[in-house]
Ligand binder design. Structure first.
Ligand code: DP6
Length: 383
């Protein structure tokens, strides 16, 4: 069969990747750690098909045909072909690729990680490539290498100049810390962002703080984080997650010209999370931000109803339909006493688009049901 369909997860880093030592090979300046999220709520789905009848390679992304002339996509295909045991006949066949996300692109969530992990996994099956393929996903987008595994995943920066040891490995599987939950707060925002690729390139070229971060802070922090995950120590996990996110954004401000990804709304969320943790006298919620204003909260299942109550109180929706998506838990309204302790009087209606409630999930999965393919027998996208 020359058609393969696969789904792959989005991942959210708790120790951030920010900076490359080799732009072409996509080799990072530090290790990073992330969790892969449940594909039920957020995933990329990709069908790849090879045929002697195709005249050229073609790709459709979220319903639109795009150019194959994209250096990162070409990198990924080259890596695949290098590793593939292609029969002489198959060597000349062209491929068609069709990929969709199960979440709106407008959500502003990084989709390239799931997309390239999905592409690499689908092509690996199509061409019968065995073993680790995180380096192939990495050649499309750095953080994509972490999405080829489920659970908590560490991307080792490696030391080989050719990048052969810059690969991802699972720390623990998806069911290891079953109480862990994730709330993605999608911020209403239309500001145009500097892409993470450009932002981190500028940081590598201009930020002294980034050197200190990569050489001193992350090497220590990444070991502590790995141990906190293995010990299921939420307190330590939360502290490290918060500190690492803030340090990445401090590096962004230390960059010249500075890139600021966080908005006033993000800062309000951060402030309320700290005020809530103080009010309840322990670290119940950790927050982290990537190259955009959306904030991702890590917390334990038992605390989800109260934390949703707090978010709903400070960020009420003008129209509350479909405000909380994904897993549907109850919401506990905060008591007057708790609100008094949090001591923030500002409520910000309409500042969040919606909230996605999810959990840790598996790595890429192949879908055998032919009805699930995104391409028809002739290799054209199915509507
Ligand atoms: C802020 O993987 O998108 O999300 O390698 O240039 O494609 P490229 O960058 P990308 O960077 C993601 C950076 C981050 C932090 C992280 O996920 O570790």
């Amino acid at each position: 069969m020359n058609i393969v369909t696969c789904v792959a997860p989005v991942n959210i880093a708790v120790i951030k990747y920010w900076g490359k030592r080799d732009e072409k090979l996509i080799l990072p300046i530090n290790d990073s750690i992330s969790a892969s999220l449940d594909t039920k709520q957020l995933c990329a789905k990709t069908t790849v098909m090879a045929s002697c009848n195709f005249k050229t390679d073609r790709i459709w992304l979220n319903g639109r045909e795009e150019s194959m002339d994209n250096p990162r996509l070409q990198n990924c295909l080259q890596q695949i072909k290098k590793r593939a045991q292609l029969s002489l006949e198959m060597k000349n066949w062209h491929i068609h690729i069709c990929s969709v996300n199960n979440f709106p692109t407008a959500a502003g969530l990084a989709s390239s990680a799931a997309g390239y992990a999905c592409l690499a996994s689908a092509l690996a099956k199509l061409y019968n490539i065995k073993g680790d393929i995180s380096d192939i996903a990495r050649s499309g987008s750095g953080s994509a290498c972490r999405s080829v595994y489920g659970g908590f995943v560490r991307w080792y920066m490696g030391s080989d100049p050719q990048g052969t040891d810059s690969i991802a490995k699972e720390i623990v599987p998806s069911n290891y810390w079953p109480e862990m939950r994730i709330l993605i707060l999608v911020v209403n925002d239309s500001k145009k962002k500097v892409s993470s690729a450009i932002g981190m390139k500028n940081s590598v070229e201009t930020s002294e703080l980034l050197k200190y971060r990569a050489n001193k802070c992350v090497p220590e922090r990444v070991e502590l984080m790995q141990q906190a995950i293995i010990d299921r120590n939420f307190d330590k996990f939360a502290e490290l997650t918060i500190k690492d996110s803030n340090q990445m954004h401090a590096v962004c401000l230390d960059t010249y010209p500075p890139c600021s990804y966080l908005t006033d709304v993000t800062h309000s969320i951060i402030d309320i999370v700290h005020a809530y943790n103080d009010a309840v006298n322990c670290l119940k919620v950790a927050y982290t931000n990537d190259a955009g204003p959306n904030t991702v909260l890590y917390l334990l299942e038992k605390d989800v109803p109260s934390v949703l109550g707090i978010i709903d109180y400070y960020f009420p929706q003008n129209d509350n339909s479909n405000y909380i998506r994904g897993n549907a838990p109850e919401i506990i309204k905060p008591s007057a006493e708790l609100i008094e302790k949090i001591n923030r009087d500002k409520q910000l209606p309409g500042k969040l688009k919606y909230i996605i409630h999810t959990q840790i999930g598996e790595g890429p999965m192949y879908i055998d049901d032919p009805k699930e393919h995104l391409l028809d027998t002739k290799g054209h996208p199915i509507d």
